[in-house]
Ligand binder design. Structure first.
Ligand SMILES: [Zn+2]
Length: 296
């Protein structure tokens, strides 16, 4: 068994030792500059929102962040935009399509909000090459079962396009966070290819249940098991065997760039779960490569 990376410069040594061609990270954000600045402003005041300081490690211009991901060996990643109000999603989708163009490592991303235009712009995004969607239940403050989204979910169930959904109640609870709304959504659309962000923290167990029950439900590791998260929302180690069994459904996610520690620490956090090299190979590369049809 190799040793975990000590810092970002050591990350390529780590995935090479595992015999991997690099990393697939399903939870990376690139946003229009003004939107990104607002998000960082929010994290800057994190003490008031989260009760914990949240210094953003990679608050750098786009090109520098792209270069960092390249040096880390992240071969594929999305940009995961998300709106906090109506009338914003279509514009975010257009921006995201532009960002992904001529950058083959970027998985073209899109989003939606419960509004009458949603089915139309989601169809347009799919036709325009979107490969992954993002939904943020707490920031958007909507019930994913909102009838205005019926046609959107039906379409995404049919296409099987992965949807990264932040639906757990951590780090902040919202009116519609927690397992219940998503459970109801899956009862109606059981073939949705959902990727539960942050492993559903802090409701890990209930979201593990959903990944067991529904064939296409995945979990991403974003911030999971890091020192930061373990202090705020610890994972019950009694559930580690279940996480091991779900090897084919767990995907590396990081939340780069807005993380309060180095990228390498996310890998170290997964490594020290001691679920074995096969598990790490599946999580860090294999599952994401399969989901997005990537070649080594
Ligand atoms: Zn995120």
């Amino acid at each position: 068994m190799s040793t975990p990376p000590v810092d970002d410069a050591d990350v390529p040594r780590y995935w090479q030792a595992l015999g991997l061609p690099g990393l697939v990270d399903v939870h990376v954000h690139f946003l229009p500059e003004r939107v990104q600045a607002k998000v960082w402003e929010y994290f800057g005041a994190a003490g008031t929102h989260y009760g914990a300081e949240w210094p953003v490690t990679y608050a750098l211009p786009d090109e520098e962040r792209l270069a960092i991901l390249d040096r880390l060996g992240v071969r594929a990643f999305p940009t995961l935009p998300y709106p906090h109000k109506p009338g914003m999603a279509a514009w975010l989708n257009e921006w995201s399509a532009g960002f992904a163009a001529a950058r083959p490592q970027v998985l073209q991303s899109a989003t939606f909000y419960p509004e009458p235009e949603a089915a139309g712009y989601v169809a347009a995004a799919l036709d325009g090459g979107a490969r992954v969607f993002k939904v943020h239940v707490q920031v958007g403050s909507f019930d994913p079962r909102d009838p205005l989204l019926d046609d959107v979910w039906a379409r995404l169930e049919k296409t099987g396009t992965p949807v990264v959904i932040h639906c757990g109640s951590g780090p902040l609870a919202g009116e519609h966070t927690g397992p219940e709304p998503v459970t109801g959504l899956l009862e109606r659309y059981p073939r949705l290819q959902l990727v539960i962000a942050h492993l559903g923290m802090p409701e890990y167990r209930e979201f593990l249940d959903l990944a067991v029950r529904y064939e296409r439900v995945h979990l991403d590791t974003t911030m999971f098991a890091t020192d930061f998260t373990e202090r705020l929302m610890p994972f019950d180690r009694a559930d580690l065997p279940r996480l091991s069994d779900l090897r084919a459904k767990v995907l590396l996610g990081s939340d780069f760039p807005s993380i309060p520690y180095a990228y390498a620490h996310q890998l170290e956090a997964l490594h020290r779960l001691e679920l074995g090299e096969e598990w790490l190979r599946a999580v860090l590369w294999g599952n994401g490569a399969r989901l997005f049809g990537l070649e080594a």
